[in-house]
Design a protein around this ligand. Structure first.
Ligand SMILES: C[S@@+](CC[C@H](N)C(=O)[O-])C[C@H]1O[C@@H](n2cnc3c(N)ncnc32)[C@H](O)[C@@H]1O
Length: 388
């Protein structure tokens, strides 16, 4: 059972997760007083202001979009379209929406660690207003991700293009706050070894994933778990704390629990708290090395090319080859290479033989073993494996 707390309750003390792979800036006391894996009931601005400063690793926010939908919408067969016309999405005008946005983003910034990042999802109705305010407050936009829906709702009236995407702004706390988590290698591996791009093609939440209450949608804007999976996989580590100030049906909590992250959900409405609570209690968390993240190359221990010579993996005098054997260079005892026209480090000679401004010598040069070319990077990986 997930504990639900109201604003008047004292925040429960719970042990902080063990340190993860990078430095945390929050004082330990702040971590300890977090209501981990809880849903707090109340207004998200007041609740965020009650949490310790700089205490959460990532914020995922799916705020009201202020859609201003007017009247009922019907399909060509006259069936009724379930549009988002909930009272929580209504504002008296842009001024009221902007004020609300500024207030919750300010509260979010206070509670976010300096190493943290914030995600805000929105549509054309609100994302430009959010984008401007988020920058005014001092956040720095790292990416705007376009979630392209593979199965969008058609434009029934035929008066506009089909609205087939939403936008996620991913921001750190400002230009200088660069120690945030981005699991670049993991996302590349996830994407069949191709860099993950900023346009994500994913279906909207439907079928058995869509929560129902008495045969109707349990929440009008339930986000797909696949979307949160990418968000959390890319920007958090095991044990991190993810805050969602607009928890709704608890999609963020469900995926956080599955991936071994902690969540804190804030939500005003009892019916959604119940929905989320029931949903999350059934989630089986993945554990152990299954949820280890492929480390970023820059966080791996440094191995110099000379180390491969020192430990006998490459002998001085060995010829290294570029791809397809189009270039060759000889290894010298001091760890430099010499080719027909140049000498220097593996990177310098790699760049020089290709007439390129720069080169990653580790991935460019290969040794020949039984007629096969093996990248010297593989030897470096062996050295690293033995360092652990
Ligand atoms: C767009 S929905 C979030 C949906 C959620 N991402 C999901 O997958 O189910 C926004 C939610 O924020 C809640 N909400 C709106 N204003 C709030 C506020 N000031 N404080 C707390 N919750 C609020 C609404 O009740 C609604 O459930």
């Amino acid at each position: 059972m997930i504990p639900v707390m109201t604003q008047n309750m004292t925040i429960k003390q719970k042990a902080a997760p063990k340190a993860v792979t990078r430095k945390k800036t929050a004082p330990k006391a702040a971590q300890k007083s977090l209501p981990l894996d809880n849903i707090l009931k109340g207004d998200c601005i007041e609740l965020m202001n009650s949490l310790p400063e700089k205490s959460v690793d990532v914020i995922f926010a799916d705020p009201p979009y202020n859609m201003q939908l007017k009247g009922e919408l019907h399909r060509p067969d006259n069936s009724h379209v379930d549009a988002v016309n909930d009272s929580w999405d209504q504002f008296s005008g842009f001024d009221a929406y902007d004020k609300f946005t500024r207030n919750w983003l300010t509260a979010a910034r206070r509670v976010l660690k300096d190493t943290g990042t914030i995600w805000v999802i929105g549509s054309y109705h609100n994302i430009y207003r959010v984008g401007s305010i988020i920058q005014d407050i001092g956040f720095w936009v790292l990416n705007d991700i376009v979630w392209r829906k593979s199965n969008p709702m058609p434009n029934f009236r035929g008066t506009r293009f089909t609205n087939a995407h939403e936008t996620l702004l991913w921001c750190n706390k400002g230009e200088g706050f660069n120690k945030y988590t981005f699991n670049y290698e993991a996302m590349k591996a996830f994407n069949d070894d191709v860099q993950m791009r900023s346009d994500w093609l994913l279906p909207i939440c439907s079928g058995s994933e869509r929560l129902k209450v008495n045969g109707h949608k349990g929440h009008s804007t339930q986000k797909p778990e696949a979307l949160l999976y990418r968000v959390l996989l890319s920007s958090t580590n095991k044990g991190d704390v993810v805050l969602d100030p607009f928890f709704g049906s608890g999609t963020t909590g469900a995926v956080a629990k599955k991936l071994g992250r902690h969540f804190i959900g804030l939500e005003r409405e009892d019916k959604y708290i119940k929905l989320a609570t029931d949903r999350i209690k059934d989630i089986e968390p993945l554990e152990g090395d299954i949820i280890e993240i492929t480390p970023a190359k820059r966080s791996l221990p440094r191995v110099a090319f000379g180390t491969l010579i020192e430990n006998g993996m490459i002998k001085p005098g060995t010829i290294l080859f570029g791809p397809g054997k189009r270039h060759a260079a000889k290894v010298r005892a001091d760890g430099t290479l010499i080719s027909a026209d140049s000498k220097g480090s593996i990177h310098q000679v790699g760049a020089s033989v290709q007439n390129a401004p720069s080169c990653n010598g580790w991935t460019f040069w290969n040794i020949e073993v039984n007629d096969n070319l093996i990248p010297i990077d593989h030897l470096r990986a062996e050295v690293r494996a033995n360092m652990n």
